[in-house]
Design a protein around this ligand. Structure first.
Ligand code: ATP
Ligand code: ZN
Length: 225
């Protein structure tokens, strides 16, 4: 039987958000003993369970109400919401706050010799991306249509490999684009990590715990500003 009395928080198991997510919870005074291979970890001093998963699974776990809270990139969250809306669903969640890490931008990049003059040059091209919905939302403003090459990794090598004309991928420093002979031509979405809560009934004790954690997060973030 699932123990619903404990607050369940989902965070990325290993990747760009995991160290900062771990640090944030630790700074809030939540004592967790994370064993590297374990999916679930239990806080020693509060009724909190930490679920450690792929970042892509976090929005769905929150929207479906499997976990109470999730720490995830806005890019991944927004793409999942658009995907579910495209399937005719009406996904619900509460955004508790934006966090101060995981900053990146979703950008369109083209080979260096591509003569870019505006979004209309992208019409009918093939775009390699993990974020087809965010890309469609952006390009539809300009009435630009495109073909996709859906990849979950190695997006930046697609043009060189002859799989796509351009890419739409996450960028922070731009070094990866540079190393792959690409130029950033359009920023379509700016993202940070955020904290989200599931919709629906929450017991008074759980809600009080969430409020306490949120107050501490507020303090931690303010202190490092
Ligand atoms: P997982 O194995 O959990 O699926 P992943 O490889 O999809 O991991 P990461 O590369 O660890 O994901 O990135 C997680 C999140 O970190 C991104 O969705 C984004 O919100 C943020 N991020 C910050 N900077 C970058 C960057 N330069 N490139 C990619 N993601 C970044
Ligand atoms: Zn992922």
């Amino acid at each position: 039987m699932l123990d619903n009395s404990r607050l369940r928080i989902a965070m990325q198991k290993s990747g760009r958000l995991s160290d900062e997510s771990k640090k944030l919870l630790a700074q809030c005074g939540i004592k967790i003993n994370l064993q590297e291979q374990r999916l679930i970890a239990f806080a020693e001093n509060m009724p909190i369970d930490i679920l450690r998963v792929r970042d892509d699974d976090i929005p769905g776990l929150v929207i479906d109400g499997v976990v109470d809270i999730g720490i995830v990139g806005e890019n991944v969250l927004e793409e999942e919401v658009l995907d579910r809306q495209a399937e005719g669903e009406n996904p619900q969640y509460k955004k508790l706050r934006r966090l101060d890490f995981g900053g990146c931008r979703l950008s369109i990049a083209a080979p260096r010799d591509f003569n870019y003059t505006g979004p209309e040059c992208l019409n009918d091209l093939r775009v390699a991306t993990t974020y087809p919905h965010l890309l469609r939302r952006y390009l539809s403003q300009y009435n630009v249509s495109f073909k996709t090459c859906l990849l979950n990794g190695s997006v930046e090598v697609a043009p060189r490999a002859g799989l796509a004309d351009v890419i739409c991928d996450l960028v922070s420093s731009g070094a990866t684009l540079e190393a792959n002979g690409l130029q950033e031509i359009e920023v379509i979405y700016k993202s940070k990590a955020c904290l989200i809560q599931r919709e629906g009934e929450m017991s008074a004790t759980k809600q009080a715990l969430i409020d306490k954690v949120m107050t501490r997060i507020q303090g931690v973030i303010q202190a490092r500003e």
